[in-house]
Design a protein around this ligand. Structure first.
Ligand SMILES: *[C@@H]1O[C@H](CO)[C@@H](O)[C@H](O)[C@H]1NC(C)=O
Ligand SMILES: *[C@@H]1O[C@H](CO)[C@@H](O)[C@H](O)[C@H]1NC(C)=O
Ligand SMILES: *[C@@H]1O[C@H](CO)[C@@H](O)[C@H](O)[C@H]1NC(C)=O
Length: 638
């Protein structure tokens, strides 16, 4: 049954949220360029039983103008659309013959980034099977949990990460067949006949049916398997391609992990929709990022989380022969991603000479996204905006709801039990109304009804309404611009004031000695609420633990002055933790994690080799065992 367009289009609009920049008409247009075709494509693909992404690749491979265009680049290999299609068929036949993979089966993939990651995915789709993308850095319980959650009987593992799948894992997953993709097997796959599997294997798929299982990195607890549906690949991919105005001649470079939704949904899926080229880096490193972008002639690059900050902190790369600074030597016109902080946004654009930075906001498991694209510093800090046209529609689709900072739940009226909108400009949780047909767009977590339900609240503005909780605290100003404040649960309370960790991190990050700041609240003995602690990665040339004490003290005094000048008193971090290895506190997509830091708190025994400092009489001074004991003894009041 095709979705009538009258329903599909407003529903697509509902997937987008923004702020109103009044006359940003071009912005409306660039959004329209993406989402109208997306809605139409989705309906069309369902109608003709072509929802499976395999057909998109097949179309490109069979169309004269695109067949010989390059789809994938990895190291020195390139694959045209026709070659990719051919290889996908070989994978499909091999999986059927060798392991008896059937329509509807889920196969776990534990692989690092490469061309074969994408080719194997299409191979699975060609025979009606689905991949579960396992984070290759997982070990132990999170790994076994992820594989079990997918209910799979086969896991394909790349030899480079095989050490993570040790004997304990194997004995824990006795019923699972684990196969290493050795060079011998790869040869076997390449030698398999590329016979086209019949349509029957792929038939009956609707836009809402599962295409991939992707795990949320879950900053706390075990990873959750989110269902990514065909419709989401089509919608988000088409919208991304339209919004970025991706041309077939574009080359999109990413080294963000493909197991994560950014490089999949906004990456190769969007590139397939545009018929362009997807260039793959093995993994993120500041040393290889620009070299690879140059080597592939990339016109677009992807970032996630703190990626741009790390690139900015790295020294410039110089031409080995001429000594020329290579920072601006590339063809990149767009940097695209999410998580870019206002304190690095413009610096990044300037240093690397990037014309457009496009930031999107969305969730793997959500059914919406917001976009924010800029060529100038206008509206810094906002997470998205739109023209008046979309704003009208959006007003009925999203709300900023008052939440109780102690329980993290919506504030409810004592009599009616209903929630309420936050005042204009005040901070609340961003929520999206779940349309009646929301099953089409919100698939939730695989086999985990409880986790799915926990994302939905009822009876907020009217009895019986249902809202999707984003978990993000935002405010909406008088002009309609929306600003991101914090994740719910990250914000902490100190001296009866709410402190948004992102705001403190941004202020600390603006100090020239600070490379990165990760801020969180720590519980202290004999104190209510949580005291602010900033974990800092400092420029190695200005801070070393062996530096003379007076130099260190000078820096610490400077940091305290800086914090006091840029933050309200209650938000000035009481503690600093100088971190030697910030990478240990980030996810595979360079997103900061706070959970571990928060649990370790400021107990000197728990912070590894990191140094602690605390604010005393206007300067940060050393905090060690003696000071910790005093706090515990109740002899200090902060
Ligand atoms: C993840 O695994 C890769 C490959 O084994 C390794 O190079 C990388 O350092 C790991 N990253 C983390 C965060 O453990
Ligand atoms: C990038 O462009 C240069 C110059 O046009 C060309 O020589 C080179 O082969 C291109 N690289 C790739 C990977 O296409
Ligand atoms: C988009 O968000 C970034 C980061 O928060 C900000 O710097 C930029 O100015 C915003 N652009 C628009 C148009 O809102």
């Amino acid at each position: 049954m095709p979705i009538p367009l009258g329903v599909a289009i407003p529903a697509a609009v509902a997937g987008l949220a923004y702020l109103n920049a009044k006359t940003a008409f071009w912005y409306d247009l660039s959004l329209a360029r993406g989402f109208l075709p997306a809605a139409i494509k989705n309906s069309w693909r369902e109608h003709y039983d072509r929802a499976n992404n395999f057909y998109k690749l097949e179309d490109r491979a069979k169309t004269k103008s695109s067949a010989n265009r390059i789809f994938l680049m990895y190291e020195d290999r390139t694959w045209t659309y026709a070659q990719s299609y051919d290889m996908a068929l070989r994978y499909g036949n091999w999986l059927q013959k060798k392991y008896g993979v059937k329509k509807g089966d889920i196969v776990a993939m534990d692989m690092m980034n490469s061309d074969h990651f994408v080719l194997l995915t299409f191979g699975l789709w060609s025979i009606g099977a689905k991949p579960a993308y396992i984070n290759y850095n997982l070990t132990g319980k999170p790994l076994t949990h992820s594989v079990k959650a997918a209910g799979t009987t086969l896991m394909l593992v790349e030899p480079d990460v095989a050490d993570k799948v040790d004997d304990d894992i194997r004995s824990e997953l006795k019923d699972l067949r684990i196969e290493l993709l050795t060079p011998e097997l790869m040869t076997e796959i390449e030698r398999t006949e590329p016979i086209r599997p019949p349509d029957a294997l792929r038939e009956g798929q609707l836009a809402r049916d599962m295409a991939i299982l992707i795990y949320t990195s879950g900053t706390t607890g075990l990873p959750k398997a989110a269902v990514v549906a065909w419709g989401k690949l089509t919608m988000a991919g088409t919208i991304a391609a339209g919004f970025l105005n991706t041309k077939p001649s574009d080359i999109f470079y990413t080294c963000m992990p493909i197991y994560h939704s950014s490089a999949t949904i906004m990456g190769y899926s969007a590139i397939l929709e545009a018929g362009a080229t997807f260039a793959i880096g093995r993994k993120f490193s500041t040393k290889t990022y620009w070299n690879e972008a140059r080597k592939y002639n990339a016109t677009m690059v992807q970032y996630v989380g703190e990626t741009c900050r790390y690139l900015l902190a790295a020294p410039p790369q110089l031409d080995p022969v001429t000594g020329e600074n290579l920072d601006k030597k590339h063809r990149v016109r767009v940097a695209f991603g999410n998580g870019l902080r206002p304190d690095v946004w413009e610096k990044f654009r300037d240093r690397f000479g990037i014309d457009t930075v496009s930031e999107f906001y969305g969730a793997t498991e959500g059914f919406f996204a917001t976009w924010n694209s800029t060529r100038n510093p206008y509206a810094a800090g906002a997470i998205g905006r739109n023209g008046w046209l979309f704003a009208l529609v959006m007003k009925t689709r999203l709300a900023v709801i008052d939440v109780d900072p102690d329980t993290d739940l919506p504030v409810r009226h004592p009599k009616t039990g209903l929630g309420r909108n936050a005042r204009r400009g005040a901070v609340g949780e961003l929520m999206f109304v779940m349309p009646d047909d929301s099953a089409d767009r919100f698939q939730g977590y695989y086999g985990n009804k409880k986790a799915t339900e926990s994302k939905i609240v009822r009876d907020i503005l009217r009895k019986g309404d249902r809202w999707f909780r984003t978990g993000d605290l935002v405010s909406w100003d008088g002009e309609g611009r929306m600003y991101f404040h914090d994740r719910i649960g990250d914000t902490y309370r100190w001296k009866s004031e709410n402190v948004a960790t992102t705001e403190v991190a941004q202020a600390m990050g603006a100090h020239p000695a600070v490379v990165e700041a990760n801020v969180y609240g720590v519980q202290l003995p004999h104190h209510d609420g949580r005291a602010g602690c900033a974990a800092l990665a400092l420029q190695p040339d200005v801070y070393s633990s062996s530096a003379p004490t007076d130099k260190q003290q000078q820096l610490m005094k400077g940091l305290a002055d800086h914090a006091r000048n840029s933050l309200p008193k209650y938000a000035v971090p009481l503690f600093l933790r100088v971190v030697s290895d910030m990478a240990a506190q980030t996810t595979g997509t360079n997103k900061q994690q706070k959970h571990g830091l928060r649990v370790q708190g400021v107990d000197p025994d728990k912070v590894g080799g990191d140094e602690l400092w605390w604010l005393r009489d206007g300067a940060y001074v050393r905090f060690g065992q003696k000071e910790w004991n005093e706090l515990n003894g109740g002899r200090v009041k902060l």
